[in-house]
Design a protein around this ligand. Structure first.
Ligand SMILES: *[C@@H]1O[C@H](CO)[C@@H](O)[C@H](O)[C@H]1NC(C)=O
Ligand SMILES: *[C@@H]1O[C@H](CO)[C@@H](O)[C@H](O)[C@H]1NC(C)=O
Ligand SMILES: *[C@@H]1O[C@H](CO)[C@@H](O)[C@H](O)[C@H]1NC(C)=O
Ligand SMILES: *[C@@H]1O[C@H](CO)[C@@H](O)[C@H](O)[C@H]1NC(C)=O
Ligand SMILES: *[C@@H]1O[C@H](CO)[C@@H](O)[C@H](O)[C@H]1NC(C)=O
Ligand SMILES: *[C@@H]1O[C@H](CO)[C@@H](O)[C@H](O)[C@H]1NC(C)=O
Ligand SMILES: *[C@@H]1O[C@H](CO)[C@@H](O)[C@H](O)[C@H]1NC(C)=O
Ligand SMILES: *[C@@H]1O[C@H](CO)[C@@H](O)[C@H](O)[C@H]1NC(C)=O
Length: 781
């Protein structure tokens, strides 16, 4: 510090000079000396003011000068002009900080010192030359934080860092003491807590497990879920391998004594079991599907916490499993997503953990079944919305997946999970296709073990390749493709109406012709009459009733009538085949008795329909059409006889044609008769082709995957069969043509006599001898 405490007492100097002059002027007269001088005899000599030592006080040094004195302040003092006192300087208040940051400045009279703060120690002098150094409290002071803590020195201080299981309860410099974790319910109701120095462990009671993590809550195990259903009706035999592996593992965990294999080995075993189950073909029914999906979900939930790794992916021939596990003292958080190329699950660890007591781990899993979709390509009965007027047909549109989390309350999640599915087929977006998100809803203890349901799942977005679903519960999911009936229904309906009406008119004309035209009476005519009659009734019922699905009983009746009359039309065709053969083989008396005709023509179909109705009455009438159900092969009660008749007739025709050829080449053929039979055969074959092929397309008509072309062909053939029969049997028949010509000319000329003639005609037409060869031939045949 540089400052000048020396005071120059100039006024005394001035006085001294003045006094000296005065002294010089009146030297003789005055013995008084000016201040600062004192008389020494006649002379004034300089007075030494410092001699008495008090004049400057204790804080300054007195310096005598000629005629005066000076007070020079000591270090640490400063003088002020107002008086000649020196005052102490407070160095601590100086703008320039004199002590280091780790010390406090203390002012003293005439000086100061730097006092080290707590936690610092003085090195060197206590003024600016010295400094305060941090004391390392941790050094050589092992016990300072206790056994459960680590001392950490800090600038001017220290803190105790407590090891897990210890705490100093917020007092940073206190010893860390063991926490008694057992005071709180860390092990849950299923566990016994034992506190240890710095730790604790949970011993799970039988029926509970913490999956080898001794510091986790014991969660309840429900090993019964892996038991095969006791009811023999409801047991799923194929599942027993999978169930027994899981039950064994569950019991071993439950007793916490049995040595359990690692989760990885178990998972491998379970995927093998799943593969062997799936490779044995399809899961036969919805109950088996429910059992399988449920068991897989439960198994994965049990296996996942036993896995060592955080992330486990395992791929086998039929499945792909992705499991993610998080363990730790605190519930995990953040997003989690599991995916393969077919499906993706996006959720959060919070959702996976759930709201309940934290079990010490959280799991999220996604199982993708590579081949299951064929087994679950049904069970869509819950999806049809009765208010919708166009009922779509459903089919599976993605792989089936099981999504699972450790949260036991998966029935209603707080936050929806996102599932993204890749479609099995990439279909251009169109009005006819609507993707819908569904899950497999299990129905325990019921005949129908489960079905697809939309509940709780909504479609977020969908394009040609992907559909994204948001679901508020978890189980097994898929995307279904809803195929809406093709938009051309109006045209189709119009075509059906116009065609069937035309058909009905033609059939009516045929019936009238066969009934009234006396010149062609005979067995073939009777057969044609009844064939047309059956087709007429069938078409009429078809036109009026095929879509009346809203009346359950009525619909069944319509289906029954259609079954009966379409079958009858085929059985009359069978009779025609037989008759043609007889005509060829038996020259005389080829007519079949009418009662035999009726027995075969109507009796046979009636018996088939009665047996069918007795065995499976529900088979009559479906949701889409009033026709035979496709379930349980019921449709074969129609197609079976039809196929048999077609094959039978085809055989007859081949034989007939063969015999015909033989007869033509015989030595003396009855040419006119044979030509007639040839014409009949051609007609019969054509007829069989028209009716038979119509039903070939009809096979597809009533099935779900009916294509547009098939539908049109069926409709056109169905509509035109009447017209074709009319053309073949009436217009192309010379006798009938002549009969028509007569009738027409009669109508044209409006001659009553003609009408009389035709009405009295029977008598003449019955006398076959008077008629030409043709008539004779016709009636003989
Ligand atoms: C002392 O503290 C002041 C402010 O608190 C800071 O600006 C200065 O750099 C510190 N000096 C030393 C030597 O740490
Ligand atoms: C587990 O304990 C139960 C009784 O608590 C016993 O019935 C069962 O056999 C035991 N299972 C195993 C695998 O030790
Ligand atoms: C699964 O493990 C059980 C024993 O726990 C064993 O009997 C079975 O053969 C294993 N199955 C497969 C497919 O590895
Ligand atoms: C599992 O995840 C936790 C937290 O994300 C991490 O600390 C740990 O190292 C991981 N363990 C393995 C085996 O990857
Ligand atoms: C497992 O699959 C996920 C995708 O779900 C992938 O991100 C991860 O890297 C895979 N992990 C292993 C170990 O193969
Ligand atoms: C599901 O069934 C429909 C017809 O019912 C069929 O067209 C489709 O190919 C089937 N899908 C699968 C994946 O088997
Ligand atoms: C698709 O289905 C949803 C209901 O699942 C319906 O709201 C929507 O209108 C349908 N879209 C089409 C094009 O039919
Ligand atoms: C379909 O949507 C997915 C995401 O949901 C997207 O990644 C993909 O590019 C989309 N595809 C098309 C053809 O738009």
């Amino acid at each position: 510090m540089q400052y000048q405490p020396i005071i120059e007492m100039r006024y005394r100097t001035v006085l001294l000079i003045l006094g000296l002059n005065l002294n010089l002027l009146g030297n003789t007269e005055s013995k008084d000396c000016p201040p600062g001088f004192m008389a020494d005899g006649q002379d004034c000599v300089d007075e030494d003011e410092c001699i008495n030592g008090v004049i400057c006080g204790s804080d300054a040094t007195c310096i005598n000068t000629f005629g005066s004195f000076e007070c020079s302040c000591h270090n640490g003092f400063r003088s002020f002009h107002t008086n000649n006192h020196c005052l102490d300087i407070n160095e601590c208040l100086e703008p320039l900080q004199i002590c280091s940051n780790n010390s406090n400045c203390v002012n003293t009279i005439g000086s100061y010192y730097c006092q080290c703060k707590q936690g610092y120690i003085q090195r060197g002098s206590s003024t600016q030359q010295g400094h305060c150094e941090d004391i390392d409290e941790c050094k050589g002071n092992a016990g300072i934080c206790g056994v459960g803590g680590t001392c950490s020195n800090q600038e001017g201080s220290y803190i105790c860092l407590c090891n897990p299981g210890y705490s100093n309860y917020g007092r940073k410099q206190a010893q860390c003491l063991d926490i008694d974790e057992c005071i709180t319910d860390v092990c849950g109701v299923g566990g016994t807590c034992s506190n240890q120095e710095g730790s604790y462990s949970c011993l799970c009671k039988p029926g509970y497990s913490n999956y080898g993590n001794t510091q986790a809550r014991c969660s309840v195990l429900t090993c019964d879920q892996f038991k095969a259903d006791k009811t023999p009706d409801l047991a799923v035999p194929g599942l027993s391998g999978l169930q027994s592996v899981m039950e064994k593992n569950c019991l071993a965990l439950s007793n916490s004594t049995g040595a359990t294999p690692t989760g990885e080995i178990l998972l491998k075993n379970v995927t093998n079991e799943m593969d062997s189950l799936l490779s044995h073909g399809l899961l036969g029914n919805s109950r088996e599907v429910s059992g399988f999906l449920g068991t897989v979900e439960n198994a994965m939930r049990l296996i996942a916490p036993q896995l060592k790794n955080n992330r486990t992916n395992i791929t086998s021939e039929h499945t792909e499993c992705h499991l993610a596990v998080r363990r730790g003292q605190t519930p995990p958080s953040g997003p989690i997503s599991l995916a393969n190329e077919h499906a993706r699950l996006d959720t959060s660890w919070e959702t996976a953990t759930g709201k309940g007591a934290y079990q010490g781990f959280a799991v999220a899993g996604l199982v993708i079944y590579k081949t299951l979709e064929k087994s679950v390509n049904n069970s869509f009965q819950d999806l049809t919305d009765p208010t919708e007027d166009t009922k779509p047909s459903y089919q599976i549109g993605s792989k089936v997946v099981t999504a699972l989390v450790s949260n036991p309350d998966t029935d209603s999640l707080d936050q929806a999970v996102l599932l993204t599915f890749k479609h099995l087929q990439i279909m251009p977006e169109s009005e006819q296709i609507n993707y819908t998100c569904v899950f497999w809803e299990e129905r325990h203890g019921q005949k129908e073990g489960g079905a697809w349901s939309r509940r709780g799942c909504t479609k977020v977005l969908s394009n040609s390749t992907y559909t994204q679903c948001s679901c508020v519960h978890l189980s097994s999911f898929a995307v279904l493709m809803a195929l809406y009936p093709i938009e051309h229904t109006f045209q189709l309906r119009l075509l059906t109406w116009v065609g069937l009406s035309l058909s009905l008119v033609c059939l009516l004309l045929c019936i009238l012709t066969f009934r009234l035209c006396r010149s062609i009476q005979g067995t073939r005519n009777t057969i044609h009459l009844h064939l047309c009659l059956c087709l007429f009734i069938a078409d009429l019922v078809f036109l009026a009733g095929i879509s009346q699905t809203q009346y359950k009983g009525g619909c069944g009746l319509v289906a029954g009538l259609l079954h009966l009359f379409f079958l009858a039309s085929f059985s009359w065709m069978l009779l025609e085949g037989i008759q043609l053969y007889r005509m060829l083989m038996l020259v005389f008396n080829s007519a079949i008795r009418t009662r035999y005709l009726y027995a075969v023509g109507y009796g046979l179909p009636l018996v088939i329909v009665l047996i069918s109705a007795a065995t499976y009455p529900d088979g009559y009438g479906t949701k889409e059409h009033c026709w035979l159900s496709l379930e349980r092969g019921f449709i074969w009660s129609f197609f079976g006889p039809v196929c048999a008749i077609i094959i039978f007739n085809a055989f007859f025709f081949v034989v007939t044609v063969w015999r015909l050829v033989q007869k033509f080449s015989s030595i003396n053929p009855d040419l006119s008769r044979l030509q007639k039979i040839r014409a009949f055969t051609v007609t019969a074959v054509a007829q069989l082709c028209v009716l038979g092929s119509m039903w070939i397309f009809g096979v597809f008509q009533f099935q779900e995957e009916g294509t547009l072309v098939m539908t049109y062909l069926f409709t056109i053939l169905n509509s035109l069969q009447g017209a074709l029969l009319f053309i073949m049997h009436c217009l192309l028949n010379k006798t009938v043509r002549e009969e028509y010509g007569r009738l027409l000319s009669c109508v044209c000329t409006q001659q009553k006599s003609y009408l009389d003639y035709s009405s009295s005609n029977p008598s003449s037409s019955q006398s076959q001898g008077t008629k030409g060869d043709q008539n004779t031939g016709e009636s003989n045949i």
